[in-house]
Write a protein that binds this ligand. Structure first.
Ligand SMILES: C=CC1=C(C)c2cc3[nH]c(cc4nc(cc5[nH]c(cc1n2)c(C)c5CCC(=O)O)C(CCC(=O)O)=C4C)c(C)c3C=C
Ligand SMILES: [Fe+2]
Ligand SMILES: [Fe+2]
Length: 342
């Protein structure tokens, strides 16, 4: 029974978003919304408009649609259905004092509809968890921006807490390590690759407070001066995963994937580094994608099949992707504890 005096906390889970269908028209609509975001393509609006309407919409959308068709399953886009499963499991675990809603930064279900759902449940406060372990302005920052844009229009602005990163959350690390351990215990691997979604190098420099981060060894340790540096957070996640898996420094590499355009992105690039591994005797490789908590185009297709093909062409024998956290019980527990702590 709904007690009128029971206080309720709203939880808003937000992932990146995905096209409604893998058809070119829907992929184009998705890419337009995604890439018109000034935190993603950070060039002046008129240039962004020309880039998107002159190149992305006519040329990239049909190419991406082909890949989305490979990714699509009976339940649709994995990014969306895994996020729905996570939301449902989390609601079950948190019980009636919480109401959990799911929004996507781009396309559907929208952040607006998820926030309206929470408002209609009379929640006292809202905890927003962008489902990106490492903070980047293009992902987490954009979610924060959108949430604030919406609630600033409400007559009553709710109490909001943002969980802006969980790159070093012990349960997140344990949950990811457990997925990889399954493979490591079954057969031998010569090397581990932690491949993160890349961002343009200038995004790191723009976020660098007092010019601390310069894309060098500045990110090798994590402290208050690089607290929001995506690169430093990726390195930290990797060190913690390596520790949890008992890996020594030479046994793993940290790399960046999915670059777009000609500007320099974070290096080393995964597709370049993996082609050098076989010549170094590293012919059996286990690849983690710890920037994603749900399987998506960038894990299943890019890491799981495109990189595998490149690796085998370069003389590699076995390339294995570690699936993402999706709605695995350890991950649901990790999210539950993040919410309870806040
Ligand atoms: C880890 C979080 C992400 C960051 C940071 C990020 C930055 C970023 N991405 C692009 C361009 C594209 N990304 C695409 C797909 C995609 N990106 C993320 C996450 C982050 N992106 C996810 C989870 C996905 C997969 C979505 C799915 O439906 O499965 C795409 C679309 C696919 C394609 O056409 O290749 C583009 C384009 C930029 C430019 C950027 C930072 C500046
Ligand atoms: Fe992306
Ligand atoms: Fe840094």
């Amino acid at each position: 029974m709904n007690d009128i005096n029971t206080r309720k906390t709203g939880v808003l889970l937000v992932n990146l978003g995905t096209p409604d269908t893998p058809e070119t028209g829907d992929v184009r609509k998705y890419l337009r919304e995604f890439l018109m975001d000034k935190r993603v393509i950070d060039i002046p609006a008129p240039q962004r408009f020309v880039l998107i309407n002159g190149i992305i919409a006519p040329f990239r959308a049909p190419k991406s649609a082909k890949i989305y068709k490979e990714l699509w399953e009976e339940r649709g886009s994995p990014l969306l259905y895994h996020s729905v499963d996570l939301k449902n499991s989390l609601q079950e675990q948190l019980g009636a004092k919480y109401h959990v809603a799911l929004g996507m930064r781009y396309q559907s279900p929208s952040i607006q509809s998820a926030l309206e759902e929470l408002r209609s449940k009379f929640v006292d406060r809202i905890i927003v968890l962008p489902l990106f372990p490492q903070y980047a302005s293009a992902s987490t920052g954009s979610v924060q921006d959108k949430v604030m844009e919406i609630v600033k229009e409400w007559w009553i602005v709710p109490d909001i807490t943002f969980i802006s990163s969980f790159c070093d959350d012990p349960l997140f690390i344990q949950a990811f390590a457990a997925l990889g351990r399954k493979y490591l215990e079954k057969e031998p691997y010569d090397h581990i690759v932690f491949s993160y979604h890349g961002i343009p190098e200038r995004h790191i420099l723009k976020g660098s407070v007092n010019n601390y981060c310069k894309l060098g060894s500045c990110c090798d340790t994590y402290h208050k001066m690089n607290r929001y540096c995506y690169r430093a957070q990726c390195f930290l996640t990797s060190r913690l995963l390596a520790k949890e898996l008992n890996l020594t420094e030479g046994q793993y590499s940290v790399t960046f994937q999915s670059r777009l355009g000609k500007d320099p992105w974070l290096k080393p690039y995964t597709d370049v580094l993996l082609q050098d591994l076989p010549a170094q005797g590293k012919k059996r490789v286990l690849a983690f994608s710890p920037a994603f908590v749900a399987d998506c185009l960038e894990t299943t297709i890019e890491v799981g099949s495109e990189f595998k093909e490149l690796f085998e062409k370069a003389g590699g024998e076995h390339w294995q992707l570690v699936e993402s956290l999706n709605s695995s019980p350890l991950w649901v527990e990790a999210v539950k504890q993040m919410i309870l702590r806040n």
